[in-house]
Design a protein around this ligand. Structure first.
Ligand SMILES: Cc1cc2nc3c(=O)[nH]c(=O)nc-3n(C[C@H](O)[C@H](O)[C@H](O)COP(=O)(O)OP(=O)(O)OC[C@H]3O[C@@H](n4cnc5c(N)ncnc54)[C@H](O)[C@@H]3O)c2cc1C
Length: 201
């Protein structure tokens, strides 16, 4: 199961100023893997389902301030939650959907894009790396993209370049999470044409 890196949680829990004080008072009640947002509240989009369930379970057992927050959000709807597929995404569901969008953008990218198209895509990726709702994921992605040598800057001069770059970006996250890397020579079969063995036809 993918998980936010421990140091990312540490950063969140051990910030400075008033926020630190508030968060420290919650730290003992927060299960491993739960990441907080900038207000010090649990960030569901940054946390796996397993850790989120541990948090809500703990919330039911102990009436701490963080526990109350989680309980409130889980029970504030008047609709009973019968179907788990109708719940807000966790970090993994959000990630899978987002990779589908990102790789599909490369699949639909022109073979020979105009300069304007390249500029638009560069702007999109810059904004994406700031706005992606799992903030710890966004921070690391932005740092990877802006690696000082410049070697991870988006390559946008052709569909092939962009597809391969996106595959490398995804592999950087796979490596961070201890997942198997994808062989980038197959990115187009996976995301554009379908596999040559015909299983997608
Ligand atoms: C920008 C970004 C940053 C993220 N950062 C984090 C993080 O810091 N912590 C965290 O827990 N999660 C993070 N995620 C989510 C994480 O990458 C996964 O999406 C999530 O763990 C679910 O993984 P999965 O195994 O279902 O497959 P995913 O990694 O979501 O992949 C979906 C499918 O894409 C294909 N694929 C896999 N690798 C490649 C590749 N290199 N090129 C092309 N296709 C490929 C495979 O067919 C795979 O089934 C991030 C997601 C994004 C979009």
């Amino acid at each position: 199961m993918a998980e936010i890196k421990p140091e990312q949680i540490d950063t969140t829990l051990h910030g400075s100023g008033k926020k630190k004080k508030d968060q420290d008072s919650h730290a003992s009640t927060i299960p491993k893997g739960v990441v907080l947002d900038e207000e010090g509240k649990p960030c569901r989009l940054c946390t796996s389902v397993a850790s989120w369930k541990a948090l809500t379970k703990r919330a039911k057992e102990s009436p701490s301030p963080v526990a109350n927050t989680a309980t409130t959000s889980a029970t504030s709807t008047s609709q009973p939650l019968h179907n788990t597929n109708e719940c807000p995404p966790d970090v993994e569901a959000l990630g899978r959907s987002t990779w589908t969008l990102l790789h599909s953008l490369t699949a639909a990218y022109p073979k020979h894009p105009t300069q304007e198209k390249q500029n638009e895509m560069r702007s999109f990726l810059t904004l994406f790396s700031r706005l992606y709702p799992c903030w710890v994921c966004a921070d690391d992605f932005r740092i990877w993209m802006n690696e000082p040598s410049g070697q991870n800057q988006p390559r946008l001069s052709s569909r092939q370049d962009f597809g391969t770059w996106m595959c490398e970006a995804h592999n950087a996250v796979n490596r961070k999470l201890g997942k198997k890397e994808f062989d980038c020579k197959f990115w187009e079969e996976r995301w554009r044409t379908g596999w040559k063995d015909g299983r997608c036809d």
